[in-house]
Design a protein around this ligand. Structure first.
Ligand SMILES: C[S@@+](CC[C@H](N)C(=O)[O-])C[C@H]1O[C@@H](n2cnc3c(N)ncnc32)[C@H](O)[C@@H]1O
Length: 233
């Protein structure tokens, strides 16, 4: 079984330049689940979140770069009233997450896309539609000449904040100190956001936060993660 060109064009191809891996091995079983579920919970590029038949008057929370879905599945299980929007450009990650969300019986409360977060925020999510957003361990792109590839940039932060409701949150994590400080410095200076730890600060780890693959990988390498929590005024 293969995902057809037509299917990929709808769910994963986009004109925007992105960095990082997008394709990779997907088992036949995972492909079957993608073919079954993306037409139901996928956000093809010409469909907005508002038109995706989500529950009205329920919190809508976004996770950008959900990897293999550790955090997304856990959020869906902990918050049965939330609609979760999961965005991840790496197809094998999307495939794993879709399988895990189905197995956990929570997939119908999610909307999943392989399109890049920048596209989704700009074209598919409307102003003040989100109650919150999580970004856990985004790619650090450590070389100075690659800093432009980091997802958190001034314009990206402004776009993200415009999609969050007043009173909503943005929560981030990184196990790379330089990236954690980079994200903090940009978000501390983004209009409309208040750092819940005070300007320049980091919050403690939420007690109920599940360990993601990259938080665990950091710990094994001796790196303790840092956490940021912002509220939109
Ligand atoms: C270092 S991994 C972290 C995965 C997971 N959040 C964790 O904590 O284990 C960063 C993830 O962000 C995804 N990513 C990178 N750029 C993205 C973009 N523009 N839109 C959506 N996801 C993106 C990557 O494919 C990758 O899976």
């Amino acid at each position: 079984m293969r995902l057809s060109a037509e299917f990929r064009a709808q769910y994963s191809q986009h004109e925007m330049r992105t960095h990082g891996r997008k394709n990779g091995f997907v088992t036949t079983g995972q492909e079957a689940r993608l073919l079954k579920w993306l037409p139901i919970v996928g956000l093809p590029k010409d469909k907005t979140l508002a038109k995706s038949n989500i529950a009205e008057d329920k919190p809508v929370v976004l996770e950008i770069g959900f990897g293999n879905g550790d955090f997304l599945v856990d959020l869906a299980e902990k918050h049965p009233d939330w609609t979760l929007v999961g965005v991840e450009i790496y197809l094998p990650g999307v495939a794993k997450a879709v399988s895990r969300l189905e197995d956990a019986g929570v997939i119908e409360r999610t909307r999943i896309t392989q399109l890049p977060a920048q596209y989704v925020l700009e074209h598919q999510i409307q102003a003040e539609q989100l109650d919150g957003a999580f970004i856990n361990h985004p790619d650090p792109w450590p070389k100075t000449r690659h800093h432009k590839r980091r997802i958190i940039q001034k314009d990206f932060a402004t776009l993200l904040v415009s999609r969050i409701k007043s009173g909503g949150f943005v929560k981030l994590a990184s196990d790379i100190p330089e990236l954690a400080e980079w994200m903090r410095d940009i978000l501390d200076n983004t209009e409309g956001l208040t750092n819940m730890a005070g300007k320049g600060g980091f919050v403690g780890r939420d007690e109920d936060r599940v360990f993601t693959k990259f938080e665990e990988r950091g710990l094994k390498a001796g790196r303790k993660s840092q956490f940021l929590h912002y509220k939109k005024l």
